[in-house]
Design a protein around this ligand. Sequence first.
Ligand code: MG
Length: 389
Amino acid sequence: MQSNHVSAIIAAGGSGSRLGADTPKQLLEIGGRTILQLSVQAFAAHPRVTEVVVALPAALVGEPFPWLVPSGKTRVVTGGARRQDSVAAAFDAARADAEIVLVHDAARPFVSADLIDRCIDAARTHGAAIAATPVSDTVKQVVPDGAGYVVAGTIPRDAIFLAQTPQAFRRDVLARAIALGRSGTDATDEASLAELAGDPVSVVEGHSDNVKITTAADLEGARQRHAGATHMDRVGTGYDLHRLVEGRALILGGITIPSEKGALGHSDADVICHALTDAALGAACLGDIGRHFPDTDPRWKDASSTELLRHAVSMIREAGFDIANADVVVILERPKIAPHLEVIRANLAAVLAIDLDKLSVKGKTNEGVDAVGRGEAIAAHAVALLRHS
Ligand code: MG
């Protein structure tokens, strides 16, 4: 069945023996987050990726990673002895109606959203595509000569690309590759299996930042680069307006306010929740309320706006952020909102799972000016500040 679902498989079965650490490689930290967390969150936060299936070693499957929050996007399966076994196990658990399946090494925590995008697009066009980078060094073919190696020839540099991940496949192409692997063919990546199965694999230009953390030096380099580059707070803004009509309830921040008029909309038309949801999604660069909760989607048909806000917060947590604080201004002429602000704040702080002193809600009138001022509409503005969790 055709769909536009994109599944991402994160292969995280490696033992990390080359790093010489006691901790499994994927659980080593860079800037306060584990390598695994960074890799998973890069895909979980990507707007086109609809599910993430993480293949972990059996010993780690039971570990309750607090950041792997159950928003429904990320799942964990037990990996196998070899990388290809882990990918095959994750493939079995991934949705059968996916159009594109991405495979990514957990050891590449710095994959960018842009590279994920380009891999998806190339797989759509060509069936299979891998991120790969050209080489700048001259490449020598060598043979062992007893003591070491001797050069047997020089390989033209422009014929060489170094494979990275993500590797992206139309689902049927990856199914053929995995079937070939299961029939006894060994391979270090799924693209090799696809090549052997006769499917063309195109190349997307990878990025030098998309390093694979293999050695202790890689880890140290990644930590230094990360310390200089990230941990910026993120701010987002949201705005909403609905018409006010008779015969509708006025719901603000999940609370029904006594009023002659209520806000008109498909949903409960809760401008505070809508503006806050957009502010929080915007800060995480996760799109907006209309994209995630379209009024054509039966899942959200009768959902209250506080439920949408709660779901948006779980998406933000899954992308690696906490809400530091949020501030809302509601603009309406009638009724007076001041007597209700504390109830609204308490309700929303619970939805956002933040302390009350991190959420401000203020009321304002429009001094009789324009549609809001004439009492024909209600509007809200919100800002939210996110911090890396
Ligand atoms: Mg709205």
